[in-house]
Design a protein around this ligand. Structure first.
Ligand SMILES: Nc1nc2c(c(=O)[nH]1)N[C@H]1C(S)=C(S)[C@@H](COP(=O)(O)OP(=O)(O)OC[C@H]3O[C@@H](n4cnc5c(=O)[nH]c(N)nc54)[C@H](O)[C@@H]3O)O[C@H]1N2
Ligand SMILES: Nc1nc2c(c(=O)[nH]1)N[C@H]1C(S)=C(S)[C@@H](COP(=O)(O)OP(=O)(O)OC[C@H]3O[C@@H](n4cnc5c(=O)[nH]c(N)nc54)[C@H](O)[C@@H]3O)O[C@H]1N2
Ligand code: SF4
Ligand SMILES: [Mo]
Length: 741
């Protein structure tokens, strides 16, 4: 039942309105100047900008820039934080600020320190910063760790891991541990390579996209242009999502003002609305239907994969009732998907957090690969598997070795470069880091961007754990909640850095489609001379700690030399050599597949049976039960992004596309409201395993019964960290909660 008060399509006029407002704002001219700067978009990993100019993609197509990039730039163009904020407001006061209010304080333009026992951040000079950091980094290497968020450059990422590994630490936690780690691990296990094997050109050749667990209209808006074009050329879009996201039904794109903007273009040809967390069952059902319909691509399966016998045996042995009971979809729906896949010439399977944020995230990814191989849609142009990455350079961080799952090739190259074996200790990923810190096993934490406090489950534990670390250093462009809640025991440093379009030297980033972009040097609008480039900070510190052997650390102040080392050591990055002179951007080699030869030892894709997940929910007593006369429902909570935020940074309070007017809301199915006897807009308490949020407004909407949706990061107080054992990624999309009212 469509709600007449909600928009009937995603995108549309609000986008034009947003562009117009941004253009007419006092910062309008500077904003446009920045949009045209030759550097990659700050926001998502779909990637645009770079040497082709601000509005062109890697194929040179124009008008490929979305409003999200404007939002991100506008935030970076704010004036500096008023010095009175840090001098005049106590930490206690700053801790009361919402994420949006923190961001609106402005840009950091001087180094700050909060010393033990003090209620304020106070200014500090860079010389003292470096001597404090140097002393803090001289702790035992296993007690030294970093966390990073994929917003920085390849050069900074490479130096970060090189410095930590040279010091003997493998504790390179990264936001990807909370994000696409199951994709990297699952794809590497199944196909030998952990990234997308389709590029933009390939996507243009596809006639089917299976889009799973992604709200692309909000989070990867330019992917919508590709889906519109695919539908226009007669292709099929199959959407799998427990929420009927309006922008996945229809989307109005400013890239097609006449055809699409006014009424919106139809996106989904088929929508499946499974139970959250059941995607493995959905794909098992599609595979079983393919088998029954005679739709298995036997030549590919037998000639180019291994392990298929076990998978086929599983399909034969698993009854339809087990599959449909697990995912809540009908056999007919799954058969229809299989038939569409059979009828398609070339299909791309694309997914985001709806697949990875589960206790069986790696299995979900294996199930997608199994489906791609069985249906014959992989290993040729236009077909394949495409994780849709998050942060603009998160994939580059992985390529540069900022990971606790270092590949053997890069390990060997780094050992050669450093002239020493790397530590054999297993490093801490993000969750392991929090647990280790909570246990008092971490002395020094260096954060290259991000919001470790805000991004983690169980916010109470995250703050406590960070509080047990001696020294915490944050490199950031703007203040965030983590800087006020994630305080180290002895000292917390808050260090201002240039963003991508301001950095005074060249940098590079890698998109989720394996495209490496070159960013021109830039200038900041801030008058302070206290901002530093991340590369500068890392090299200065490494030089103080390690001198000039065996690597000439001081020479690495020249970022072109960093690129030279990257070209020499990082697999697939050979074309980086000479990029400063040629300005030629490139696709990382060996990732995109045009034939079914995979990067596994045997050259074959590894198929494997994937077990059906157990999707039970605990009884109300598990949460402490209900008071007399109280009504309650146990639901499976999805924590997701609104249309107006970038991760822990909230830009807009409301989400008009989902009809959620502010952040303190819970989206629920009308049948669940009826079941509990609740009304729309009534206030309820949401009790999780780790905390409670009181007085939350109920918003009825197009979400599967039994499920609910709330916004991250506010909802992170609710959940305990339940993680996928193989990737360490938390089950952010299936949080058991008791709703009481
Ligand atoms: N504007 C903007 N852009 C962003 C970001 C941002 O915050 N704002 N963040 C960036 C980052 S780091 C990332 S990782 C990406 C995130 O991009 P997305 O993954 O699109 O973001 P989420 O909001 O986490 O939503 C995931 C979708 O998964 C669905 N879902 C939930 N559970 C399930 C399930 O069990 N199965 C299936 N099939 N679907 C499910 C939800 O309903 C939702 O539509 O976006 C990146 N781009
Ligand atoms: N409940 C729940 N929790 C989640 C998720 C979810 O869906 N639900 N999603 C998870 C996912 S997918 C991710 S990726 C994580 C995100 O986790 P993070 O990456 O840790 O968080 P962000 O909010 O993206 O970090 C934003 C901060 O980065 C800093 N910054 C911005 N640009 C730069 C720069 O150029 N350099 C430096 N040094 N700093 C910069 C700014 O200070 C900004 O405040 O959260 C995870 N947590
Ligand atoms: S889709 Fe992503 S990369 Fe492209 S302009 Fe929008 S935010 Fe930037
Ligand atoms: Mo992410």
């Amino acid at each position: 039942m469509a709600d007449p008060d909600l928009p009937s399509s995603g995108g549309g006029w609000p986008l034009i309105d947003g562009w117009a407002r941004a253009t007419l704002s006092p910062n309008g001219p500077r904003l446009w100047q920045t949009l045209n700067h030759k550097s990659a978009c700050l926001s998502c990993a779909w990637g645009t900008g770079g040497q082709n100019g601000g509005f062109r993609d890697e194929l040179g197509e124009p008008l490929q820039r979305c409003l999200k990039s404007v939002e991100a730039i506008a935030a970076e163009l704010q004036p500096a934080v008023d010095p009175n904020v840090f001098a005049g407001r106590s930490l206690h006061e700053l801790q009361q600020l919402s994420s949006a209010a923190c961001d609106r304080l402005g840009r950091l333009d001087r180094p700050l320190i909060r010393r033990e026992g003090k209620g304020h951040y106070e200014p500090i000079g860079w010389e003292e910063v470096f001597s404090l950091l140097e002393a803090a980094f001289r702790c035992p290497p296993e007690r030294l760790a970093s966390y990073s968020s994929g917003r920085s450059s390849n050069e900074a990422a490479y130096l970060l891991q090189l410095m930590l590994r040279a010091l003997g630490s493998n504790n390179l936690a990264d936001c990807s541990d909370l994000c696409h780690a199951p994709s990297s691990i699952g794809l590497r296990q199944a196909l030998g390579s952990g990234t997308s094997n389709v590029n933009l050109e390939g996507l243009h050749q596809a006639d089917c996209v299976v889009l799973v667990g992604s709200n692309a209209p909000a989070n990867h808006p330019r992917l919508m242009n590709e889906l519109i074009r695919l539908r226009e050329r007669g292709g099929t879009v199959i959407v799998i999502n427990p929420v009927l996201e309006v922008g996945l039904q229809r989307f109005g794109s400013p890239a097609f003002p006449i055809r699409s903007l006014l009424q919106g273009s139809e996106i989904a040809s088929i929508c499946l609305q499974p139970i959250p967390g059941s995607d493995t069952a959905v794909f098992l059902g599609i595979q079983k239907a393919l088998l029954e319909q005679g739709g298995i691509a036997w030549e590919l399966v037998k000639g180019c994969s291994e392990g298929w016998e076990g998978l086929i045996a599983q399909l034969e042995a698993t009854p339809w009732e087990a599959i449909t009971a697990c995912c809540g979809l009908s056999r007919e729906e799954l058969e229809l998907c299989a038939a569409r896949l059979r009828a398609s010439r070339a299909a791309v399977f694309a997914w985001a957090m709806g697949i990875t944020h589960h206790a069986n995230g790696v299995d979900n990814v294996q199930a997608i690969v199994n489906t791609a191989v069985l249906s014959g849609h992989i290993g040729r142009p236009g077909a394949g598997t495409m994780p849709i990455r998050g942060h603009s350079n998160v994939q580059g961080f992985g390529s540069m070795g900022v990971t606790v799952h270092l590949g053997p090739e890069l390990r060997q190259a780094l050992e050669q470069l450093l002239g020493q074996p790397l530590s054999p200790r297993q490093g801490y990923d993000t969750r392991a880091l929090i647990e280790a810190a909570d246990a008092g096993s971490v002395d020094t934490l260096f954060c290259l961007g991000g919001n470790l406090f805000g991004a983690n489950p169980d916010s109470t534990q995250a703050a406590r754990a960070l509080g047990r670390i001696d020294t915490v250093a944050y490199l950031a462009t703007k203040p965030n909640t983590g800087h006020f809640h994630g305080l180290g025991a002895r000292q917390t440093l808050l260090l201002p850095v240039f963003n991508r379009f301001e950095t005074p030297h060249r940098t590079t980033v890698e998109s989720g489609n394996n495209w490496v972009r070159l960013n021109d040097p830039g200038r900041s609008h801030l008058r302070s001379d206290q901002l530093r480039s991340e590369v500068h900070i890392l090299v200065e510190l490494a030089h103080r700690l390690l001198g000039d052997t065996p690597i000439a650390w001081s020479r690495l102040h020249d970022s072109a030399y960093v690129r030279e080392l990257i070209a020499r050591t990082v697999p697939g990055y050979g074309p980086m050599a000479g990029i400063d002179a040629s300005r030629r951007e490139f696709e990382v080699q060996g990732r995109v597949l045009s034939e079914p030869r995979f990067a596994t030892p045997s050259g074959r894709a590894r198929l494997a049976a994937t077990s059906l997940p157990e999707l039970t929910l605990p009884p109300p007593e598990h949460f402490g039960g209900l008071a007399a006369g109280e009504r309650g429902l146990v639901l499976s909570l999805i924590t997701a992004r609104s249309y107006g935020q970038h991760n822990t940074v909230v830009y807009k309070e409301g989400d008009s596309y989902r009809g959620m007017p502010h952040r303190h809301t819970i989206l629920m199915n009308r049948d669940d409201l009826a079941r509990a006897g609740w009304r729309a807009h009534q206030r309820v308490d949401v009790q999780g395993e780790a905390g409670v949020l009181e007085g939350v407004e109920i918003i009825p909407g197009e979400i599967r019964a039994g499920a609910a949706l709330m916004f991250y990061p506010e909802a992170n107080v609710l959940m305990r960290a339940v993680c996928d054992p193989r990737s360490g990624t938390p089950a952010f999309k299936r949080v058991p909660v008791l709703v009481r009212g």
